[in-house]
Design a protein around this ligand. Structure first.
Ligand SMILES: [Zn+2]
Length: 302
């Protein structure tokens, strides 16, 4: 119930933690998909220990789609994470997510305006998945969080964000030194919330916004353990299975994120028609929920 805020329907600043030596800013976008609570829970857990760990810098968390969170849905009218385009942000908004996109954009620009020019700025968009399977991260190609890509145990899937028109992490990337997303696990699982918290801790450390401490070591151990056997995997998106609004997408049961698939293998049905894997690779984000824009992606390892 903590996340049901009937007053705030539009994006708002959910948490703002400023530590000493604020030479870095991390903006976390959470619940951009309303039913993905992991980012909110991760920051709740962080704020509980914030005074006891050697934090540096400022962490601001934006609750992306509170109205969808209230309704316990991914979105109200359209996918919020496809709403960030130049046209949408200057046109008269015609639905909830388009109003929200303009509101969030203003919130973000105001926040960035407050920052001194020498402040390093990073964006982290935290999500969860409809399927089970190993969590992963991805990043905007021209704003890579280089140290994180090299050192995080979390598998890195390249090319997801850049293929998606209107994606929040891509739209705001030009204003930041780096922009990445983490998909923490299945929406409701407790391990997903733990994964989000430990990701936040470990990536703050790699951004030099948290000094080495017991919690950093615990986070590293947790992330390593919970990404096994795919820790440090680097894989590239080669294929996106689009789903149109008028199509019915049904993923075959039992696929998990990062699972190896073979060319010709039955993956799904679209409006009753069989869809086979186009080549050998890994199935990424197999969709087991009603609201989806992609049925799955396929990647191949570097
Ligand atoms: Zn999401």
């Amino acid at each position: 119930m903590a996340y049901i805020n009937t007053v705030k329907k539009l994006p708002y600043i959910y948490q703002d933690i400023t530590a000493k030596n604020a030479n870095s800013l991390l903006v976390v976008t959470a619940a951009v998909h309303g039913n993905e609570l992991v980012g909110l829970k991760a920051i709740d857990a962080l704020s509980n220990i914030a005074s006891k760990i050697p934090l540096k810098g400022r962490i601001v968390v934006i609750h992306g789609n509170p109205e969808a969170t209230v309704q316990e849905v991914r979105y109200v009218d359209q996918d919020f994470n496809r709403a960030f385009t130049a046209t949408n942000l200057i046109s008269e908004p015609t639905n909830h997510e388009l109003v929200s996109a303009q509101h969030l954009s203003q919130l973000m620009l105001n926040l960035l305006d407050e920052q001194a020019s020498n402040v390093a700025k990073h964006l982290l968009d935290i999500h969860s998945m409809s399927s089970t399977g190993t969590p992963f991260m991805s990043f905007v190609a021209d704003k890579p969080p280089q140290l994180i890509i090299e050192q995080t145990p979390i598998p890195v899937i390249e090319g997801i964000i850049d293929s998606l028109e209107g994606c929040l992490a891509k739209w705001f990337a030009p204003y930041f030194n780096s922009s990445h997303i983490v998909e923490c696990g299945q929406h409701q699982e407790q391990s997903t919330f733990d994964f989000g918290f430990h990701t936040l801790i470990y990536h703050l450390y790699l951004f030099d916004m948290l000094e080495d401490c017991k919690q950093v070591q615990q986070a590293f151990d947790y992330l390593s353990c919970h990404t096994h056997p795919y820790s440090y995997l680097k894989t590239n998106i080669c294929y996106r299975q689009a789903v149109n609004k008028d199509q019915i997408f049904e993923m075959q049961p039992g696929f998990v994120n990062l699972q190896q698939v073979n060319a010709g293998q039955l993956l799904a049905k679209i409006s009753g028609k069989k869809v086979l894997a186009p080549f050998d690779g890994r199935v990424i984000l197999p969709c087991y929920q009603r609201q989806c824009e992609e049925g799955y992606f396929i990647s191949q390892d570097r």
